[in-house]
Design a protein around this ligand. Structure first.
Ligand code: ATP
Length: 253
């Protein structure tokens, strides 16, 4: 198995606030890593460093063997120009808590937009692919619907299709179900389960412990900017070694 994501000694502060205090994490290709942790522990910040939406202060992140945001030359790191960062970002899908679809575009057009504009794919090919992706997320019949006509769960599934349209080597999910009404959570988790089964490499920040137990290869527990514990779900969720993990789980389970 090969390492898809390699996070080494990553530090990140906002002013005097140290948010990430030396994160080391490897994600194998085809595996799902679920990141759990209390509010403010640095989960979103960690995800955002992976595609250089946040710059790290120290440390490095590689995705599929490629250093993110920097190039190395003569033992030094030099920040990549913006267009290179954007190119790297197109290969890393990001699904946020609040799915910002373009309101004036249909579901299909939302999925088509990035491959046509960012990857310069022919529109016809991008549309065929987008229809396939909408089918895959269970929205084959909603291709022509505008976001305001879709439920939150449907909009989030369009957002997933949109991320997939860029043929990402990695998918990042930041609390993808937190903004949804409870009855809509399941349909989004079903799509994510399907992606996991088909071997998509994913890092998922979520409070859905059931999903973590069933789908994750690795569960990471983050607290105050440090990885307190990590391992297979059966270990971290059912027999946590650390008191902090136990205390957190007792609140969310
Ligand atoms: N752009 C920013 N500027 C200043 N402080 C920030 C910024 N982004 C995040 N923070 C702070 O960094 C800390 C970690 O935030 P982060 O969003 O990474 O935590 P989290 O674990 O994802 O929390 P939650 O579960 O509530 O989303 C918090 O104290 C937050 O207020």
């Amino acid at each position: 198995m090969s390492v898809m994501v390699d996070i080494r000694s990553v530090h990140k502060s906002y002013g005097a606030l140290d948010v990430l205090k030396g994160i080391d994490l490897q994600v194998q290709a085809g595996e799902v890593t679920v990141v759990l942790g209390p509010s403010g522990s640095g989960k979103s910040t960690l995800l955002r460093t992976v595609n250089h939406l946040e710059k790290v202060d120290r440390g490095t992140i590689s995705v599929d063997g490629e250093l993110i945001g920097y190039r190395r030359s003569g033992g030094k790191l030099y920040e990549l120009p913006e267009r290179e960062v954007l190119r790297q970002r197109t290969r890393i899908g990001f699904v946020f808590q609040n799915f910002h679809l373009f309101p004036h575009l249909t579901a299909l057009e939302n999925v088509v937009e990035a491959p046509v504009n960012a990857l310069k794919r022919p529109r016809k090919e991008a549309e065929e692919n987008a229809r396939r992706l909408l089918e895959r997320v269970g929205l084959g019949d909603k291709a022509d619907a505008y976001p305001r006509r879709l439920s939150g769960g449907q909009q989030q599934r369009v957002a997933i299709a949109r991320a997939l349209a860029l043929e990402p080597r990695l998918l990042l999910f930041d609390e993808p179900t937190s903004a949804l009404d409870p009855e809509l959570v399941g349909e989004v988790l079903d799509v994510m389960r399907d992606l996991a089964r088909s071997g998509t490499t994913m890092i998922v920040v979520t409070h859905e412990i059931g999903f973590a137990r069933e789908v994750a290869d690795t569960v990471v527990f983050l607290a105050e900017g440090r990885i307190v514990e990590q391992g297979p779900p059966a270990a971290v969720l059912d027999a946590p070694a650390q008191e902090r993990t136990r205390a957190f789980l007792s609140k969310v389970l």
